[in-house]
Every structure is written in structure tokens, then in C-alpha cells.
Ligand binder design. Structure first.
Ligand code: UGA
Ligand code: MN
Length: 246
């Protein structure tokens, strides 16, 4: 089965570094399509150039966050992008088969997990490291079944999992028109609920959810984008041109 890895991304000084690192990981995995969706009105040339250079099978899309959500207290980051990826998959003819996985541009993944999730029948789940206060977010597995959750923010979520903690067979995506909601904190839960899955159907990976093979790493924010005008004054035109991508 083909793996469709959906990665939202947006322009900032760290973007090229993040996409280079993640892209070079994904490059080593066969039968993988990288869906890179920019939070922007149009695909940017520097991301297009990076994807071309990597030589990875990719789909490059753009879908800007609607302006009204930018001003919310909790901004639903990456949602417009992921919705666009799901809509693209549904619009293909013939409809693609395989497995869809959301992986943010700053996350870190062990390629062994990608091979495991490739065989997802409905929805598979696995631990994610470095999530919020608990350092790990994970399904609890007993006798091969998911029976509960370990997560720093369970609240009223039926599926309290991280965005990088589950993979979905495209048959489920195609069987509904469910999209991720613009509701920060509830994106994963509400999408999984919309797929109508039950606890019994969840396929635990990563050795019965006892191994951490993906991490919610975060990159320290670097210099403010206002410094791009300093970069633009660099005497070498190649370096100066990088200011355009920041
Ligand atoms: C956490 C979750 O892991 C995200 O999946 C979730 O979207 C996010 O919270 C949220 O709901 O706020 P976190 O590390 O806090 O992630 O957020 P970011 O890494 O800043 O953003 C998540 C993804 O969305 C990244 O791939 C990022 O490139 C993208 N993003 C972020 C945008 O496309 N637009 C933005 O304005 C910000
Ligand atoms: Mn992140």
C-alpha cells in the first residue's frame, strides 16, 4: 500500500531547514507520496524547488487559513492545509488506495513506524514522544486492544491522541466527507469521531504501543522575520535572495 504523508507547512525562517530534514527522512521510504500543503494563497517557488530537488514523489498544494481563525485565542494551525489534502485525495480519479498520515513539518519520525502503518486496515495508533507536559501521549493497550489513554489533556476527548499518533486507511477517508474541524485542540478527536471508528477497531502499532517511534519535536524560534532585511543586504546575491523565503 502507498503511504500518503500529509505535512502542513508555513513560511518562516525555519521552514526550509524543517522541510529538508523531514524530506530527507521520507526520501528513504519507498511507495510514499509526500503531500506538502502550504498555509498560503499559492505554492511558493522555494518549497517547489526543494521538493523537485529531493526527487521524492510529492503533491504540492496551498490552502491558506481563513482570516477569521487567525485572531482566535487558540489558532487551529495546519487545519486548512490538511483539509485541502483530504479534498485532493477524494477528488482524484480513480480514487487512490493506501494509508494517510498527518506529520507536521517539525516532527521527527523513525522510518520503521512508516513501514508499520502502511498496513493499517482502518485506523492504527501509536505513542508520540515529547507531547506537552507528559512527554508522551499514548494509547494504553491490554491484550492487544486499546483500552484507554495516557495523555496530558484528555478532557472530554473520545480519542485523546496527538496529530502524529494515528494513521487512517484511505477507504475510511473516501467513505465519508468528514474534514478536520477548525477547532484547536479537538482536530484529531473530531475527525476520528467523524470516521465512526470504535475502540475495538483501533490497530495498536509500535510493539503494542510500548515503543516511541515518532516525536512532537519543536524547533526553537529563531530571529524574527523582521531581520530578513538584514539578510537581504548580504553581499552575496544567493544569500540575499534567501530573504524572500523567510
Ligand atoms: C500542535 C499539533 O501537533 C498540530 O498538529 C496542531 O495543528 C497544532 O498543535 C495546533 O492545533 O495548534 P504545534 O507544534 O503546537 O502542534 O504547532 P506547529 O508546529 O506550529 O503547527 C502545526 C503544523 O501546522 C505544522 O506543520 C506547521 O508548519 C503548520 N502551521 C502552523 C501552518 O500551516 N500554519 C500556521 O500558521 C502555523
Ligand atoms: Mn510543531
Amino acid at each position: 500500500p502507498v503511504l500518503y504523508v500529509v505535512t502542513p507547512t508555513y513560511r518562516r525562517v525555519e521552514q526550509v531547514a524543517e522541510l529538508t530534514r523531514l524530506g530527507q527522512t521520507l526520501l528513504t521510504v519507498p511507495h510514499l507520496v509526500w503531500m506538502v500543503v502550504e498555509d498560503a494563497d499559492a505554492c511558493s517557488p522555494h518549497v517547489a524547488a526543494l521538493l523537485d530537488r529531493l526527487g521524492i514523489p510529492y503533491v504540492h498544494l496551498a490552502s491558506a487559513m481563513p482570516a477569521q481563525y487567525r485572531s482566535e485565542r487558540y489558532v487551529p494551525r495546519g487545519v486548512s492545509n490538511r483539509r485541502a489534502a483530504m479534498t485532493w485525495l477524494r477528488d482524484q480519479s480513480p480514487q487512490p488506495t493506501g494509508v494517510m498520515y498527518f506529520l507536521d513539518d517539525d516532527n521527527t519520525i523513525d522510518i520503521r513506524l512508516l513501514e508499520q502503518m502502511r498496513h493499517t486496515k482502518k485506523v492504527s495508533m501509536f505513542p508520540v514522544g515529547l507531547v506537552a507536559d507528559y512527554l508522551v501521549s499514548s494509547p494504553i493497550v491490554q491484550e492487544g486492544r486499546v483500552t484507554g489513554w495516557f495523555d496530558g489533556w484528555i478532557v472530554d476527548r473520545q480519542f485523546p491522541v496527538d496529530m502524529a499518533g494515528f494513521a487512517v486507511n484511505l477507504s475510511l477517508v473516501m467513505a465519508s466527507d468528514a474534514l478536520m474541524p477548525y477547532h484547536a485542540g479537538y482536530e484529531e478527536d473530531k475527525l476520528l469521531r467523524a470516521f465512526g471508528i470504535t475502540m475495538d477497531e483501533i490497530e495498536p502499532l509500535a510493539n503494542q504501543c510500548t515503543e516511541i517511534l515518532v516525536w512532537h519535536t519543536k524547533t526553537k524560534k529563531n530571529q524574527p522575520p523582521s531581520l530578513r532585511r538584514e539578510v537581504a543586504s548580504h553581499p552575496n546575491s544567493n544569500i540575499a535572495a534567501l530573504a524572500e523565503n523567510m
